[in-house]
Write a protein that binds this ligand. Structure first.
Ligand SMILES: NC(=O)c1ccc[n+]([C@@H]2O[C@H](COP(=O)([O-])OP(=O)(O)OC[C@H]3O[C@@H](n4cnc5c(N)ncnc54)[C@H](O)[C@@H]3O)[C@@H](O)[C@H]2O)c1
Length: 311
């Protein structure tokens, strides 16, 4: 009898949480925190492995391979929460990849939002991009990636208004930290700089180098989006470090082997996004990018080629 009661209580406590893009950089940290804070969470990832990696898998989660546009086929459960991160996620190559952007972000996200409406999911939490706040709010038109992300924000806000969809929207600023992707096409700046530094190559800085970014630790982003899932409602949860640094400052902090290169189109300074995560529950970023780079360089200096090779 006692055994039955305990099992019943456990079953009541278990939450099914879907993370789209769970094999990606930020998604893997969300899964890690969800499992470590409550091992009763039944965490499922849906990822098409476009940039996701098996090495990012976290023990305790279930990984399903699939595109978000096929979410009805892959997810028979009704999750309590969906963290929707599974989208094409890079600016510079999004011009040449516009078909992929449309397919993965516009077609895929429409099905995710419909799934939430039809299955009455209690909360959809979307990882939007802060790039839409650039150029006095016109940043959405800078490039295909920003356009798709801002369009999905409009879609989700409208589903809230039209159908009463429960949702919250976060805006991420440049993520850095463990499991960051250093791929030459789809990698992020800090991971590419780490790789170049380790290989003794020059760090490429897009001219003029004075462009600033609010680099934000991936563990802070994951903690923030989970808090937004628990306490947030609607649009406007910016998750960005208040300190910003220019790309040149970042490159210089690794050492002085720098090469200036011509810029790619489609990216202006990040703009200010609404700050509800700080106002409503005091979210703050805890890791400074320059200290992180300093630690990385001290920990890895032994595996770096000698100065002779570098010069
Ligand atoms: N990293 C940042 O600085 C940043 C900034 C703003 C917004 N975001 C958003 O946060 C999310 C995660 O970013 P990330 O940096 O971890 O990127 P990432 O590329 O590491 O992760 C995205 C994951 O989604 C998967 N994916 C892509 N399209 C999919 C689809 N249609 N169906 C299923 N899986 C799909 C990829 O394989 C990958 O595993 C993205 O939506 C991105 O637009 C990230």
């Amino acid at each position: 009898m006692l055994k039955y009661t305990t099992r019943t209580l456990r079953r009541q406590k278990m939450k099914t949480i879907l993370v789209t893009g769970g094999a990606g950089h930020v998604g893997s940290h969300i899964i890690e925190q969800l499992i470590s804070t409550d091992p009763n969470n039944n965490v499922i990832s849906l990822d098409n492995y476009f940039t996701g990696k098996v090495e990012n898998h976290i023990v305790g989660a279930e990984y399903r391979v699939g595109h978000t546009k096929d979410i009805f086929k892959h997810i028979k459960e009704t999750p309590d929460i969906i963290f929707h991160l599974g989208e094409y996620a890079r600016i510079a190559p999004s011009f040449q990849d516009i078909e992929k952007v449309y397919d993965m972000n516009i077609l895929g996200t429409f099905q995710v939002v419909e799934f939430c409406r039809q299955k009455k999911v209690s909360k959809l939490v979307y990882a939007a991009s802060s790039t839409k706040f650039a150029i006095e709010g016109n940043g959405r038109n800078q490039n295909p990636y920003s356009f798709s992300k801002a369009t999905n924000v409009d879609l989700i806000n409208n589903y809230g208004a039209w159908f009463g969809l429960p949702y919250a929207i976060c805006y991420f600023y440049n993520a850095f930290g463990p499991r960051e992707n250093s791929d030459p096409n789809y990698g992020t700046l800090i991971a590419k700089y780490e790789r170049a530094w380790l290989n003794g190559e020059k760090l490429k800085v897009v001219k003029p180098g004075t462009q600033k970014r609010n680099f934000t630790y991936v563990g802070d982003l994951a903690r923030g989006i989970i808090q937004v899932a628990q306490k947030g409602n609607g649009d406007g949860y910016a998750l960005g470090n208040t300190n910003s640094y220019s790309v040149l400052e970042i490159a210089e902090s690794f050492g002085n082997n720098i090469e200036f290169i011509d810029g790619y189109p489609g990216r202006a300074e990040s703009g200010e996004a609404p700050n509800k995560a700080r106002e409503e529950f005091g979210w703050e970023a805890t890791v400074n990018i320059l200290e992180y780079i300093d630690d990385f360089c001290s920990q890895n200096k032994k595996v770096r080629p000698s100065k002779k090779v570098l010069s």
